[in-house]
Write a protein that binds this ligand. Structure first.
Ligand SMILES: [Zn+2]
Length: 136
């Protein structure tokens, strides 16, 4: 199953991304993900390049995120964070350009996102996949 959260919550993260006082969560605008899932071990490792906006102050950030879930225990590690200074429309345009630049094995439309699976390898026990998703 593809992991495409609409929000990332500050409380889950090992460090804050936005420093505004009221920041609680980030809305994901774009995410490029590499995922390794091992069903038997109930283990999932996800490394993502994320563009998200603080739901309070609307500042936008690009950051790396490593998400690990082992036996339903989740950890989120934030990598390098860059604030994006361009305006929303320019960012949105760049996101679409990026998204469109990938070749896909197949695409998925959900309520919130367009998702493009770039690569997917499955066997009985594991799934390795690379995918991008962007807010509709
Ligand atoms: Zn903020």
């Amino acid at each position: 199953m593809l992991y495409t959260p609409k929000y990332i919550r500050n409380n889950d993260l090992d460090k804050k991304i936005c420093n505004c006082t009221e920041c609680k969560k980030y809305r994901i605008l774009y995410c490029h993900t590499n995922m390794v899932e091992n069903k038997q071990a109930e283990k999932r490792e996800i490394e993502s390049d994320v563009i998200a906006t603080c739901s309070k102050c609307k500042r936008m950030y690009r950051f790396g995120l490593k998400y690990t879930s082992i036996n339903k225990k989740d950890t989120y590690e934030v990598g390098k964070v860059n604030e994006i200074k361009e305006n929303y429309n320019d960012v949105r345009e760049n996101i679409e350009k990026n998204y469109n630049s990938f070749d896909s094995e197949y695409t998925v439309k959900s309520e919130n996102f367009l998702t493009k699976v770039i690569k997917e390898e499955k066997d009985d026990n594991s799934v390795v996949s690379e995918y991008v998703f962007m807010e509709k």
